[in-house]
Design a protein around this ligand. Structure first.
Ligand code: ZN
Length: 328
């Protein structure tokens, strides 16, 4: 991560504003080291950003940090694979079928629904930036996608699963192919130089195709409610907590239009933040994150978190969203 020698600054790195920026000291509360990191909230675009990048960012990514974990690397058998192909083609509007219709009623489509605004096909070339060892894209391969590439600088080595799925230990600079669809699933906020990332994405996306950036979003509602106790800050791993405005600014500067924004926040925004207020790290034993039987929240409270998250998403005030970018 050579960008780490970027100078410390009080200027917003997204819109370059220097007026009315506020400073906050925010604690590491994922593991609960309570080490403090200085963040700046921009007075113009609202983006919350770390003031200086940690010298050794790898040290904040122990092997149990989310994206490294992998499940179900086995490929489905022939018959199941055939059914899944029908199901996927139906969901993607690539080929409607009665079987596909019923299968999607029996087993609700999952992540692939987020890909619909990109209008992709089963054999579209997909790049997942910051894929970790591939927990998400393995799942997509098992659902029937046939051309998936992952990239992550924090994995130990390249992981070539089969002809449908390969993951490289590479930076974006080192990737040369072009793709029909590029997605960043909660990885963009971890990347120091956001302009360099978008410059690379522009080079890697085919003309007219779509990039999906899925990130935590700093909305007025969640920031007013929780402030520095907001669970999605995840200091010091999240360098940028964008607002819709700051995403629009940086997208435009890199010649992208924001075609749409779909809010997809969940209960995490509430329980993680409520736990931080009580001094409980995300990875403590009684945290709801690790222990769904934790007595910190009643079942009715968890249900209310879900209802509130759904409501906030409708109002574009939940704390997470997918931004769909198109090259201009
Ligand atoms: Zn700004």
């Amino acid at each position: 991560m050579k960008e780490n020698n970027m100078p410390e600054t009080s200027k917003c790195r997204i819109c370059y504003n220097e007026t009315d920026n506020k400073n906050y000291f925010i604690k590491e509360m994922h593991y609960g080291t309570c080490e403090e990191f200085e963040y700046i909230e921009c007075g113009n675009c609202g983006c919350l950003q770390i003031k200086s990048y940690p010298r050794d960012p790898g040290k904040y990514y122990p092997s149990d940090y989310g994206a490294h974990n992998v499940a179900n690397s086995d490929r489905p058998g022939k018959f199941i694979g055939w059914l899944r192909k029908k199901k996927l083609k139906h969901v993607l509007n690539e080929k409607k079928s009665l079987i596909g219709f019923f299968l999607n009623i029996v087993i609700k489509p999952g992540f692939e629904k987020k890909m619909l605004p990109a209008d992709i096909k089963r054999d579209s070339s997909i790049l997942d930036v910051g894929s970790g060892a591939g927990s998400l894209i393995l799942n997509l391969r098992n659902k029937g996608f046939t051309d998936i590439t992952g990239t992550d600088i924090f994995i130990d080595k390249d992981l070539i699963y089969d002809d449908c799925l390969r993951i490289y230990k590479k930076t974006l600079n080192e990737i040369e192919d072009t793709f029909d669809f590029i997605m960043l699933n909660h990885s963009f906020e971890h990347m120091p130089d956001q302009d360099v990332v978008l410059t690379n994405l522009r080079r890697l996306i085919k003309p007219g195709k779509t990039i999906m950036i899925r990130i935590p979003v700093k909305t007025d509602y969640i920031w007013n409610l929780y402030g520095i106790n907001w669970g999605s800050i995840d200091a010091p791993r999240h360098f940028y907590l964008h607002t819709v405005k700051s995403m629009e600014i940086i997208a435009a500067r890199n010649r992208f239009s924001v075609a749409s924004v779909i809010f997809d926040s969940g209960i995490f925004q509430f329980y993680a933040s409520e736990q931080i207020i009580r001094g409980i790290p995300l990875r403590s034993e009684n945290s709801y994150y690790l222990n769904k039987k934790s007595t910190l929240f009643s079942r009715s409270e968890i249900k209310k978190f879900q209802r509130d998250a759904n409501e906030l998403n409708k109002r574009h005030q939940g704390d997470g969203a997918c931004f769909y970018l198109k090259p201009l």
